[in-house]
Write a protein that binds this ligand. Structure first.
Ligand SMILES: C[S@@+](CC[C@H](N)C(=O)[O-])C[C@H]1O[C@@H](n2cnc3c(N)ncnc32)[C@H](O)[C@@H]1O
Length: 298
């Protein structure tokens, strides 16, 4: 079935957790894929883990709210030792950009690596792709990795997050696209005037199979990354450059990293250092509350 609909969410997880998902979705996936080991690196209220454990699946749930950060921590390093070679299934249900804000709202304090606190849609897609590739790395050869994701409409524009994400992932590993009808959303209860193009009432499940041997894939990723650095916005260039700089760095470090990552861009832009400083300042403002990756530049 490539279209699914579960109006009832079942007794799993927490119905009060904003953006929680019906447990029947996970039951459907487990019936389809029959994993023996399963990890959800963004488990939220733990719906997926409740369903998995009820079915006798060896399951691990992680989330930023309990200290696991999919943008900084290698998921594979967190798997139990007896899952040799990786998990049968790694599946996540990330934030849909800023549709629901998690850190500082649903739980704890605002966190700069919270996927619901990205600077903009491009920043979100960049980070989400990094997260899904982290999932891929924790999946055994022949295992499955995937996401449940929704699209977003903002100020008249339609952000097709699910299709855009696919452009970052290896096409030859794609195995299924499942459309899930969306029920009981907050927007259902809001009164809308006439919506010219209608409301978004579906989400999408993307499933990929990790193929054995990843030399080709690593190369494809490197090319893709290079393309984003040479053609992307200055914000993408700076963000890419500072990813490898560790916990503390200076503006001079950022200049060096940007120069190393995108020498052609630097040579074409006379005032590139001013641009870099401008981006750092903007990212710092966006990270908010004086904390976070962007605030480390002194
Ligand atoms: C849509 S919710 C998951 C809801 C879950 N399926 C449920 O039914 O309760 C998305 C989750 O992603 C988590 N998250 C956001 N950024 C993260 C990050 N960098 N690392 C790990 N988890 C993150 C949020 O804390 C939130 O709990």
């Amino acid at each position: 079935m490539s279209v699914i609909s579960f109006p009832d969410r079942g007794h799993w997880g927490d119905a009060q957790w904003r953006g929680n998902c019906s447990g029947h979705v996970y039951a459907h996936l487990f019936d389809l894929l029959r994993p023996r080991t399963f990890v959800d690196p963004m488990m939220g209220s733990g719906t997926s883990i409740d369903v998995a454990r009820e079915r006798g699946i060896d399951a691990l749930g992680l989330d930023l709210h309990q200290g696991f950060n999919i943008l900084r921590d290698r998921l594979r390093d967190h798997l139990p030792g007896h899952w040799a070679g990786g998990a049968d299934l790694t599946f996540s249900h990330p934030p849909y950009h800023d549709m629901v804000t998690y850190s500082g709202a649903v739980w704890g304090d605002a966190h700069p690596d919270d996927l619901s606190r990205c600077a903009d849609v491009d920043d979100f897609l960049d980070k989400l792709a990094q997260a899904v590739l982290n999932q891929r790395d924790a999946t055994r050869d022949g295992g499955v990795y995937g996401v449940l994701l929704g699209d977003l409409r903002r100020n008249g524009a339609y952000h097709a997050l699910t299709s855009d994400l696919q452009a970052y992932l290896p096409r030859r590993e794609r195995r299924a696209i499942i459309i899930k009808a969306q029920h009981n959303t907050q927007s259902d209860r809001r009164a809308y005037g006439q919506l010219r193009f209608g409301r978004v009432t579906h989400e999408t499940i993307l499933l990929y199979e990790r193929l054995r041997g990843d030399t080709y894939f690593a190369l494809a990723c490197a090319v893709n990354q290079q393309r984003r650095v040479s053609q992307g916005t200055w914000r993408a260039v700076v963000r890419h450059a500072i990813t490898g700089l560790g916990e503390r760095f200076t503006v001079q470090d950022v200049y060096k990293a940007v120069y190393a990552a995108a020498p052609d861009r630097v040579q074409q832009a006379e005032h590139w250092k001013a641009k870099v400083r401008q981006v750092l300042q903007r990212l710092e403002e966006l990270s908010g509350e004086g904390r976070g990756v962007w605030c480390r530049a002194a």
